[in-house]
Write a protein that binds this ligand. Structure first.
Ligand SMILES: C[S@@+](CC[C@H](N)C(=O)[O-])C[C@H]1O[C@@H](n2cnc3c(N)ncnc32)[C@H](O)[C@@H]1O
Length: 393
């Protein structure tokens, strides 16, 4: 059998297991391509609105990136990758494991039959494992996610999946605070999807919380409060106000999801000022740093990127959020940035999670901030300006 046949046999086995519902896990390792921080990739079958996909999680040293690929795209990735970048791959199915190894020109495939493994649950079974399994809740209905029969509406399936995903991410972060009744501030709460979901889920685990949604728009605040009262959620409330003016003292966690432009920085600032042990923000639009990069003198070496509007926009987003993470580190937090929902739902899908303590040296972070600003021709990050007039340690 020729080497390409071995790769083809592996890919055929993946395709067959995908099609007959027995695929449990696919994993590639031994990466030796051009991305220095890429460690491994793992994939499972998922059903999303667009259809059945293989959800690939690319594991980097400090972050994970998820990409949902069609079977054809996954096959193309494996055909190329197993011949070049990945030395090993493993397919686990309900009935056998298939191990692929490449050493120099030698390619090996080893199949091992297994007994007693269950097939992965079908999507409708998997739905039962979501944090918000029961859907006949007044708050879900009031937010327009469920119909009169208590079932999730067809046009709200995506939003419901996103909310479940957010609970999966935020609940363990809140529990890790080990606080009896943590005070959680959601800055720019909007309709409060996250607040209702998190409050409901944590209550169901016996964890009491005080959740406060801070929101500029009065109507959203009164609707949120009416909905919380009707649901009997005595620890959840909404308050009208601007993020920057809110008295955040006593907050254990400060969260802001898609608060506009520098409102994200207002939330980070409030979290740092209050000494919150958890700050988590999903930034939205990024205008402030882009304007400075356009007006300033970035290093000429970056011209090949920054002269194209689309790259400038992407760079400005990454630089804005990279600096936010560094500023949090300089303020005594350790940070992680990762995609918290698939980019199929929203391109604004990065989450910056900062946990107090255990970070690196403040001076080291400050030096890196200064270097980044010089490189990109930035005078000052808006968040730095806020912190200049407030506490930093
Ligand atoms: C895009 S929505 C996101 C809502 C919610 N966090 C979510 O993810 O569903 C942003 C919300 O933040 C509110 N907002 C923006 N700037 C604010 C500020 N400075 N203070 C309070 N609320 C703000 C807006 O009124 C809006 O409801």
């Amino acid at each position: 059998m020729s080497p390409t046949d071995r790769i083809a046999e592996f890919v055929d086995a993946v395709a067959a297991a995908f099609a007959d519902g027995t695929l449990l896990k696919l994993k590639c390792g031994g990466y030796h391509g051009h991305e220095p921080e890429l460690k491994s990739v793992e994939a499972r079958k998922v059903a999303i609105k667009a259809g059945e996909r293989l959800s690939f999680v690319f594991r980097y040293k400090t972050r994970d990136i998820t990409k949902n690929l069609t079977l054809d795209e996954a096959a193309a990735f494996l055909v190329e990758g197993l011949a070049t970048n990945w030395r090993s791959a493993r397919l686990e199915t309900a009935v056998f494991d298939l191990q692929f190894e490449r050493q120099g020109d030698k390619l090996r495939l080893k199949r091992t039959e297994v007994a007693g493994r269950d097939a992965p649950p079908a999507d409708h079974d998997r739905a039962k494992n979501r944090p918000l399994a029961a859907t006949n809740k007044p708050w879900l209905h009031a937010l327009g996610l469920t119909g009169k029969d208590g079932a999730v509406r067809n046009d709200a399936q995506d939003k419901f999946r996103q909310i479940n995903k957010m609970v999966e991410i935020f609940a363990p972060l809140i529990q890790a605070l080990h606080a009896e009744n943590p005070r959680i501030l959601d800055m720019g709460a909007g309709k409060g999807y996250l607040d209702f979901a998190l409050y409901d889920y944590l209550s169901s685990l016996g964890q009491s919380t005080e959740v406060i949604g801070v929101e500029l728009r009065d109507k959203l605040v009164s609707d949120g409060n009416a909905n919380a009262a009707a649901s009997g959620f005595s620890g959840l409330r909404f308050e009208t106000g601007s993020i920057l003016d809110y008295d955040a003292s006593g907050a254990d966690a400060v969260i802001a999801l898609h608060a506009c432009d520098t409102a994200t920085d207002d939330a980070i600032y409030q979290g740092i000022k209050a000494g919150a042990r958890l700050i988590a923000v999903a930034p939205c639009c990024h205008k402030q740093i882009r304007r400075q990069m356009e007006a300033g003198s970035p290093d000429q070496k970056l011209d090949f990127l920054l002269r194209h509007g689309t790259f400038m926009e992407k760079q400005a987003e990454m630089v804005t959020d990279g600096l936010r993470a560094l500023i949090l580190e300089a303020s005594g937090y350790r940070t992680k940035v990762f995609e918290f929902v698939s980019d199929a739902h929203t391109p604004k899908n990065n989450l910056i999670v900062a946990q107090k303590g255990g970070g690196g040296s403040r001076q080291g972070a400050l030096d890196r901030i200064a270097a980044v600003k010089t490189l990109f021709g930035i005078e000052k990050h808006y968040l730095e300006g806020l912190l200049d007039s407030g506490p930093q340690d």
